[in-house]
Design a protein around this ligand. Structure first.
Ligand SMILES: Cc1ncc(COP(=O)(O)O)c(C=O)c1O
Length: 390
């Protein structure tokens, strides 16, 4: 096999889900807060749109290369409605097989061996996959409570900027739950443009902001449309993770390159899925409001139950993850093992998202409130038994 296969990092979370599965099969009552798989179903009007589309034999044929024009128009309408951003449907929108595929493709498009990608640490591990496949090098940007999980781009060395072709960002953030401001995005656009680095903003959790704050799109920021692109997935906003549909929007040269690469890999997505995606983007949006409210209630249930036991977990501002500090004296894997072995609560060790994550664990708020409260009770038992600090 080619050497690039050896460069692919181990899938940290495949291991975790294997362990949970084994424990469940052994009859243990595991509360799994370790994964990021939305637990609620796709809204019925979207499922209905798929059903109708699949009965139309024209959807059984090859779709047009680079996707249905009507879907790209729907994306443009969605961005205008949600963010006031005007997009040219043909030149500024590319349809993707899920955000994950698009993010990996962007590294393939931009990185030659030895080129640098600036990536958040902690961050979503699929940024690393694309960089590894392309033979690129990662320079990690630390996200810490001190910088409110917004990396200081001025701290990146001039040499690293000179080699950096890509800057990956993601707000609302997985795993920290942080949300960025438009001012921060404008600053990123300015600094990256100055160095000729393309900004890739991963907006996977764009619809999930709490306390009445709507997370901004990178493209709303001054200079952003020249500085980069944004990747948006339907997986989270519409509970469509299994459907594999997303899109990239922004700079024309990047969109053209994505379409070109995808013309070689695929033709485009199953047309029935594309039609259902149109129904999601342009149909009733109360399902999105309800989903956001559900996650906010879950967040409050989790944080509230821990606080009642004197355990500190800062409430996330967006996404469906809480980023919980581990008690002094243990690292993230030790703490995750402790919770799993002692009380059957599975959480994701922060180390899986990068070195800077090793003093946190990620909690997925993807189970009902009562179950989250039960998980918090179990965590509190461990803290009490081992006299762990909050
Ligand atoms: C930060 C982030 N980006 C992108 C994705 C990819 O989503 P999808 O491939 O389902 O579109 C995820 C999924 O978990 C994610 O957490």
């Amino acid at each position: 096999m080619a050497q690039r296969m050896d460069r692919l990092p181990e899938q940290f979370f495949a291991q975790l889900s294997g362990r949970v599965l084994q424990a469940v099969q052994a009859g243990r009552d595991v509360i799994n807060l370790g994964q990021g798989n939305p637990d609620l179903p796709t809204p019925s009007h979207i499922v209905e749109a798929l059903r109708e589309a699949v009965l139309d034999p024209s959807t059984h044929r090859y779709p047009p290369f680079s996707g249905l024009p009507s879907l790209k128009e729907a994306v443009a309408e969605f961005y205008l409605r949600e963010y006031g951003v005007t997009l040219h449907p043909e030149h500024e929108v590319a349809i993707l097989f899920g955000g994950k595929a698009g993010l990996v493709e962007l590294s393939e498009i931009y990185l030659d061996a030895g080129d640098v990608a600036l990536v958040p640490d902690p961050g979503y591990p699929d940024y690393w996959s694309g960089v590894a496949l392309a033979g690129g090098r990662m320079v990690k940007l630390p996200l810490t409570p001190n910088n409110r999980f917004l990396p200081d781009l001025e701290a990146v060395s001039t040499t690293d900027w000179q080699r950096a072709k890509l800057l990956f960002m993601n707000y609302p953030n997985n795993p920290t739950g942080a949300v960025a401001t438009l001012d921060y995005f404008a600053k990123c656009a300015e600094v990256a443009s100055r160095h000729g680095t393309l900004v890739v903003h991963d907006f996977a959790y764009g619809a999930i902001g709490f306390d009445g704050v709507k997370p901004p799109s990178f493209l709303q920021a001054e200079g952003a449309k020249e500085a980069g692109i944004e990747v948006y997935t339907l997986s989270k906003t519409f509970n469509m993770a299994g459907w594999r549909v997303a899109f990239a929007v922004g700079r024309r040269d990047v969109i053209r390159a994505l379409n070109l690469l995808q013309d070689h890999y695929y033709v485009s997505l199953f047309p029935a899925v594309q039609r259902a995606a149109i129904a999601a983007l342009l149909g009733p949006q109360d399902c999105v409001r309800d989903l956001r409210a559900t996650y906010e209630r879950r967040r409050n249930a989790w944080v509230g139950a821990l606080t009642a036991h004197g355990i500190h977990c800062p409430p996330p501002k967006g996404s469906f993850f809480a980023w919980m500090p581990v008690p002094a004296g243990v690292n993230s894997s030790e703490y995750a093992d402790l919770l799993f072995e002692e009380v059957d609560v599975a959480v994701a060790p922060g180390r899986g998202f990068g070195e800077q994550g090793d003093n946190h664990v990620r909690i997925g708020l993807l189970t009902p409130e009562a179950r989250l409260a039960q998980a918090a009770e179990r965590v509190a038992q461990v803290h009490a038994a081992l006299r762990l600090p909050g």
